[in-house]
Design a protein around this ligand. Structure first.
Ligand code: HEC
Length: 124
C-alpha cells in the first residue's frame, strides 16, 4: 500500500474544507482518477465515476452490501471497502480507517460529488 496514506499522516477532514480538499486531504487521488480534481490520476483503484459505475455495483449479483442508492454505496465503500471488492482491483488495499478521519458531513459531501461523476468525464 502507498505509505503516504496512513492514519498518522492524515488529519481529520471536518467537511468545511473546499471540495477539492475534501478529496485530496485524505489521499484519494493517490489511488483514484477523480474527474474535476487536479492530480487525481491514481490507477490503484477504479476511476471514481459512480454516476456510471454505481448502479452496476449495486446490481452486481456478487454485491452483498446494504446500499440501495449510489449515494449509500459510496458511503459504504469508503467506510467498509471490504464489503464489495470491485472486480479487477486488489482487495485489502483501500484504507479501512476512513471512518475515523472523515466527519459525517465530509462523507456526505464526498458522496454527493462522486455520485454525479460519469465515465465521459473520467479523462484525467
Ligand atoms: C491506497 C489506495 C486507495 C486510497 C488511498 C483510496 N482508495 Fe478507494 N479504492 C481502492 C481500491 C483498490 C478499490 C477497489 C477495491 C475495492 O472495491 O475495495 C477502491 C474502491 C473505492 C470505491 C468503490 C468504487 C467502485 O467503482 O465501486 C470508492 C467509492 C472509493 N474507493 C472511494 C475512495 C475515496 C473517497 C477515497 C479517499 C477518501 C479513497 N477511495 C481512497 C484504493 C484506494
Amino acid at each position: 500500500m502507498n505509505p503516504v496514506v496512513t492514519p498518522e499522516t492524515i488529519s481529520l477532514v471536518t467537511g468545511d474544507e473546499p471540495l477539492v480538499e475534501l478529496l485530496t486531504k485524505p489521499g484519494c487521488p493517490v489511488c483514484h482518477i477523480i474527474p474535476g480534481i487536479p492530480g487525481a490520476t491514481g490507477q490503484v483503484g477504479p476511476p471514481l465515476v459512480l454516476g456510471t459505475t454505481g448502479p452496476q455495483r449495486i446490481n452486481d449479483p456478487g454485491y452483498r452490501g446494504q446500499a440501495k442508492t449510489v449515494h449509500e454505496y459510496i458511503v459504504e465503500s469508503v467506510l467498509e471497502p471490504q464489503r464489495f471488492v470491485v472486480q479487477g482491483y486488489p482487495e485489502k488495499t483501500m484504507p479501512t480507517w476512513y471512518g475515523s478521519k472523515l466527519s459525517a458531513l465530509a462523507l456526505e459531501k464526498i458522496a454527493s460529488y462522486l455520485e454525479r461523476q460519469t465515465e465521459g468525464s473520467s479523462a484525467p
